[in-house]
Design a protein around this ligand. Structure first.
Ligand SMILES: CC(C)(COP(=O)(O)OP(=O)(O)OC[C@H]1O[C@@H](n2cnc3c(N)ncnc32)[C@H](O)[C@@H]1OP(=O)(O)O)[C@@H](O)C(=O)NCCC(=O)NCCS
Length: 330
């Protein structure tokens, strides 16, 4: 394989999968004490896709999104040298999800591994894939984000159950010599307690009511909100300073879809029009590591990206606390 060591990957294929079943805010109001008005005003969410227990797993959704991305790229899957699947909610510990995806798309020449970086999982996997391409080790990579978060929801906790949805998204990256790409990744493990979910499988742990509650997503919503509205604009500003780009030059800021108010706050801080911040949170809610590639797929289908070069920043944040951002052309 002859790879120019100054290459980075360009997104040449995008795919996504969303489960058929949806729950509207009015449906949520039948489960917990809430209302369409409250959820819409505080989050921007109107409905979310919910996995079908007979059909959808993190693995099956990843496979479907990956197949669509490879078909969209129009490549021979044997060209793929790396498959990374980001997921916080894998239905199997092993074989790892990336190996299942490799098998399903016939990427027989690829190395595989999964990453668990909570909501910034896709950004983390994308940045990792770019580093493999940059090193010259691989020429083409398949990066997937997949989540079955509604498995981990406490349906009695109105502060969290309204926020999340299920789905998967994938991109194919192919090395090119003339592509701009720069990333920044950060973490604050010391502040991690504000989002917490324990594994059910722990030797010696009595399955008390308290322990069972800890196996669901537990969150201090206000602390996470403050973290996001402070750190996301800061990392984007630092990224733009590093690349010497002004925010005005960016066509789209493609952010993790967690909360409309968080995205609006970032737009305000960067002094950019909200139209430059694509959103689909209204229909998908927060799909964690799947949110950015699902949104990218929607943008490609409606023509916002795909024809001509667009300068974009993608950024995500979440449990850990972890966050990251990169600037590239798409
Ligand atoms: C979760 C979130 C929407 C809550 O909004 P908020 O404005 O911070 O609301 P608070 O938690 O302060 O709660 C305010 C009140 O609304 C109530 N409330 C919480 N969820 C509610 C719901 N679904 N429906 C109606 N009322 C609700 C609370 O009980 C509280 O009532 P009280 O004042 O009587 O105690 C918001 O904090 C948020 O989005 N945080 C970020 C979370 C996130 O994105 N996490 C994922 C990161 S990857």
């Amino acid at each position: 394989m002859n790879v120019d060591t100054t290459s980075y990957g360009r997104v040449i294929g995008i795919g996504s999968y969303l489960p058929e079943k949806t729950l509207t805010n009015d449906d949520m109001a039948k489960i917990v004490e809430t209302s369409d008005e409250w959820i819409t005003e505080r989050t921007g969410i109107k409905e979310r896709h919910i996995s079908d227990p007979d059909k959808d797993t993190s693995e099956s959704m990843a496979v479907e999104a990956a197949k669509r991305a490879v078909a969209d790229a129009g490549i021979d899957p044997k060209e793929i040298g790396l498959v990374i699947v980001a997921s916080t909610t894998p239905n199997v510990l092993f074989p790892v999800l990336s190996a299942s995806v490799q098998a399903a798309v016939d990427a027989d020449n690829a190395m595989c591994f999964d990453v668990n970086a909570a909501c910034p999982g896709f950004v983390t996997a994308f940045v990792t894939a770019q580093n493999y391409i940059r090193s010259g080790m691989v020429n083409c990579a398949l990066v997937v984000g997949t989540e079955n978060l509604t498995n981990y929801i406490n349906w009695e906790d109105r502060g969290t159950c309204i926020l999340f949805g299920d789905g998967a998204g994938a991109v194919v990256l192919k090395a090119e010599t003339d592509i701009e790409y720069t990333a920044l990744m950060r973490a604050a493990g010391k502040r991690g307690e504000c989002m917490h979910c324990e594994s059910y499988m722990q030797k010696g742990k009595e399955k008390t009511e308290e322990f069972l509650k800890s196996n669901y997503i537990n969150m201090d919503g206000q602390a996470v909100f403050k973290f996001a509205v402070t750190e996301v604009p800061r990392i984007i500003e630092d990224l733009l300073a590093k690349t010497g780009t002004s925010a005005d030059e960016i066509d789209y800021f493609i952010l993790h879809q967690a909360n409309r108010r968080i995205i609006e706050s970032v737009a305000k801080r960067l002094k950019q029009p909200i139209e430059k911040f694509p959103m689909n949170i209204e229909k998908t809610a927060n799909t964690s590591s799947a949110s950015i590639p699902i949104l990218l797929d929607e943008m490609k289908k409606d023509g916002r990206i795909g024809e001509g070069k667009k300068k974009v920043v993608m950024s995500s944040f979440g449990a850990g606390l972890l966050w990251g951002a990169f600037e590239t052309e798409i």
